[in-house]
Write a protein that binds this ligand. Structure first.
Ligand code: RB5
Length: 148
């Protein structure tokens, strides 16, 4: 699988460990920044990742901020993005199986590397179930299109 990863300043420290784990599992990952702990605004990095995922069909994203909340809210404003804010392997698996999530989000201040590894595995190993979930996922899209 191919991933794009972005964070804000409150997610940047764990980014290197996350990248290393994703690579160790045989996946590709493109780092969209930031590259230091200077304060930045999470919507800017959510958008970078979201548009990269939309432009590169079949790719996925990982977004990290302090809680995962701001960066997931931001990504979900973009049509075609389904960013799942996850806290454990169950939520990471279900956001793929039922919601066809294309971005995995979590908080650096919330989960540690052990849980993150389990979430990445669950996200990667779970396919969208389709069926009754397809119509629901279709209804998520905003008929007014993207505002950015
Ligand atoms: C930054 O301090 C923090 O507010 C941000 O990373 C995130 O947790 C917001 O949702």
């Amino acid at each position: 699988m191919k991933f794009y990863i972005a964070t804000d300043h409150a997610g940047v420290v764990i980014k290197e460990s996350v990248k290393a784990y994703v690579i160790s599992r045989g996946h590709e990952i493109v780092d969209l920044g930031p590259f230091n702990e200077e304060r930045v605004d999470y919507p800017d990095f959510a958008k970078k990742c979201a548009y990269s995922v939309l432009e590169d069909k079949g790719s996925f994203g990982i977004l990290i901020c302090g809680t995962g909340i701001g960066i997931s809210i931001s990504a979900n404003k973009i049509n075609g993005i389904r960013a799942g804010l996850c806290h454990d392997a169950y939520t990471a698996s279900m956001c793929r199986a039922h919601n066809d999530a294309n971005i995995l989000c979590f908080g650096q201040r919330v989960v540690g590397m052990g849980v993150i590894e389990n979430m990445i595995d669950a996200f990667c190993d779970t396919a969208f179930e389709g069926g009754r979930h397809s119509g629901r996922v279709d209804k998520i899209e905003c008929s007014f299109g993207n505002n950015f």
